[in-house]
Ligand binder design. Structure first.
Ligand code: BGC
Length: 249
């Protein structure tokens, strides 16, 4: 079945039609910048614009950049604080009249990588880290999702959360080269390694395609590899989540 997947981030909202059996993207990715307000009503409008762009009707799967439990935002990530407690599933369904499934964005990206990408068949604890406006994390044990890991929220020095120090947005804000940012990102991975002791770390999000330019700065013992699905993983995982129960409630 062909399903619309929408990956919502702090800077862009991106959609594509995906073959939910093979995980293949069937259309070009369509992106609209996240509205500056980052408020529910404005983002719901852009959500509808993306659905209309594809002239789509059917189930929609969404990766959303906050903790999501049963469709409800339990944190606000890098969005407006009005999102706290909002039923995103209900909001997006009402905006479009379509059945919508919402899961955390890094969980969605990880789900795609574990089922259709480089993580396929990987056993033990695999940690998907997405690098974007924030630092997302999706944890998989023997292929099964452990939802809503929030490793980007670890406090670090003067930063309330380490993503404010080591995300791609932090790199741009502080005008860092990949080399200097890579040192920061390595600090983050060191903490991830100490806290979760993973067997493998897979990197996703925009910066994962530039891995070769900062891999020398990554000095942890755990193997670290980029996800070859790159920035598409979030859309693919979201689309597939619309038809499968992920996480299992
Ligand atoms: C949020 C996470 C999200 C990540 C990536 C963080 O700010 O807390 O839930 O996965 O950003 O978007």
């Amino acid at each position: 079945m062909n399903v619309l997947g929408i990956d919502i981030g702090g800077s862009g909202m991106k959609g594509a039609i995906v073959n939910s059996l093979t995980g293949e993207m069937l259309t070009e990715r369509f992106r609209i910048p996240t509205p500056k307000s980052k408020k529910p009503k404005d983002m719901a409008k852009v959500f509808k614009d993306i659905v209309d762009h594809f002239d789509y009707s059917g189930p929609v799967g969404v990766g959303f950049p906050t903790i999501i439990k049963h469709g409800v935002c339990m944190s606000t990530g890098n969005l407006h604080k009005d999102w706290l407690g909002v039923n995103a599933k209900a909001l997006f369904s009402e905006a479009t009249g379509l059945p919508v499934t919402v899961i955390n964005d890094a969980d969605a990206a990880g789900y795609a990588v574990m089922n259709y990408g480089i993580g396929k068949g990987k056993q033990g604890l695999v940690m998907m880290i997405t690098i974007g406006t924030g630092l997302g994390s999706g944890a998989f044990f023997n292929g099964e999702l452990l939802p809503n890991f929030e490793l980007g929220q670890i406090p670090y020095k003067k930063y309330k959360k380490i993503e404010a120090y080591a995300s791609n947005a932090a790199k741009e804000r502080d005008g860092l080269s990949y080399k200097d940012w890579g040192k920061r990102f390595n600090k983050f991975l060191q903490l991830v390694e100490i806290i979760t002791c993973p067997d493998l770390i897979i990197l996703g999000g925009g910066s994962s395609k530039d891995f070769d330019t900062y891999k020398k700065q990554i000095k942890i013992k755990t193997p670290v590899i980029p996800a070859e699905l790159g920035n598409h993983a979030g859309i693919i995982g979201a689309a597939v989540a619309a038809l499968h129960e992920i996480p299992k409630d």
